[in-house]
Design a protein around this ligand. Sequence first.
Ligand code: NAD
Length: 515
Amino acid sequence: MSITTAPAASSTSTAREVLSAAFPAGFGAFQDGKVVPGSGNSITLTSAATGEPFASYADPGTEGADSILESSVRGAAVWGALNGFERAAILRNVSRVVEAHIEELAILESATTGKPIRDARVEAAKVAEMFGYYAGWADKLTGQTIPVPGPWHTYTERVPWGVVVAITPWNAPLFTAGWNSAAPLAAGNAVIIKPSEFTPATTVRLAQLAHEAGLPAGVFNVAAGLGQTVGATLTSDRRVGKVSFIGSVPTGRRVAVAAAQAGIPALLELGGKSANIVFADADLERAADGAISAIFSGAGQSCVAGSRLLVERSVHSRFVEMVAERAARLRVGDPLDPDTEVGPIITAPQFATVTSLIEAGVNDGGRRVTGAALPDSLAGSKLAGGHWVMPTLLDGVTPANRLETTEVFGPVVGADAFDTEAEAITRANNTTFGLAGAVWTSDISRAHHIAREVKAGTFWINSYKTIHVAVPFGGFGDSGHGRSSGPGVLDEYTQTKAVWVPTRAAGSPFPSLSY
Ligand code: NAD
């Protein structure tokens, strides 16, 4: 096995240098084991940190998407014919190769998205872990032997869907590429990822590394490009067995309808508006650190962000001050600086959305406690034109405020006071979303009661934002359906076949059943 290594990038390189070092001949797709320049729409990539364009690429267009589908159908036949032990060995190798390229992937992710390098390193390591975890399942996908009345041996088998198309968002491109490829591959499917048009680079590089680690050609393809053309083509084509989508509610619904019309089932991981509930009896220092991490890590561009802070009235003012003080101390700046804790908003349209929602929150009665002007270190530097939003806390965000129910997807938290446990639960559930939530308290019974009552796919007690590939993750309500991690996801990526064999050949019954 020989692994090609992209020319080394350093933390002082610019986005343009890092990207052209990784893909000297351009990119638009990864198909049949090769990086392929596209010939469809031309897309300009803009640096979130400086606001300047740094590269452009052509996507595969609808014709290119069709050719990628053909390649994946061939790849699915090859991959599906391997046994689980063979697939496990290759996926273990993918894990090792990704692990050996964590730094390179992290620099590519950070330079091209604006994600702080310290977060990008953690996410790249998680991708290696995902492949290792699902490699462990690839040779353990068993069916069942089911006793039935009569002379029958009846058993089930797990059959891959064939081609799985995964549509991913821009906030965590590498992480979601691993999240949505390791499991379907372990289950024997070929995968096509359509990353966000804004952030395609690390997904292409991941597919390249996976191929070099032993995945046969066509098993892991990437179609970088626009959702309305490339994405829409891939999610409504009958050659596709299953669609998995991570992104916003409106797009998720559009994708699910298009897929359903082609008879394709879709798994949806959508947005959130999660409540972080703090009781007076909590360890308030720890809860304040947790509240900071809940909303400001990833600059709030996180589906599980703790964007509503509900605090018991007796400690509300003090706790809001504690969070505001910590928020003001966060190091906001150059994503490639290892000390940076909060980076810019990744896309220009999202930057506009976040700034207008802060204004809406203030107009609706929210009191800005922290977060406004950029520090001199940003305002007077080459970063001045970037998509910067300082960590923002608005207090007095009541149910009438738009920030109570609207996902901001930025570093903005709305706080409010509550008086009773019942009120905290009602407020937490005052959303159509149901992705995550948390409670901070030293009362163990109350903690479990609240965990039971809040409608969310993930709930933390005295913690926030811990997720692991071994644990099911997904949403209630508008946050989507289906789970995308844990062993259960292997059921999402396989179909069950039942096989009946008579154990007494002669004279065995043929029951009459009109079903
Ligand atoms: P988005 O919905 O705008 O785009 C998501 C993806 O869909 C992109 O790749 C886009 O190109 C593609 N797309 C757009 N139109 C399409 C179409 N017609 N057919 C097929 N694909 C199409 O979302 P975004 O702005 O990239 O991401 C932000 C959203 O994602 C937020 O709401 C966030 O909460 C959500 N998110 C959810 C999770 C989760 O696990 N629940 C994780 C990350 C992000």
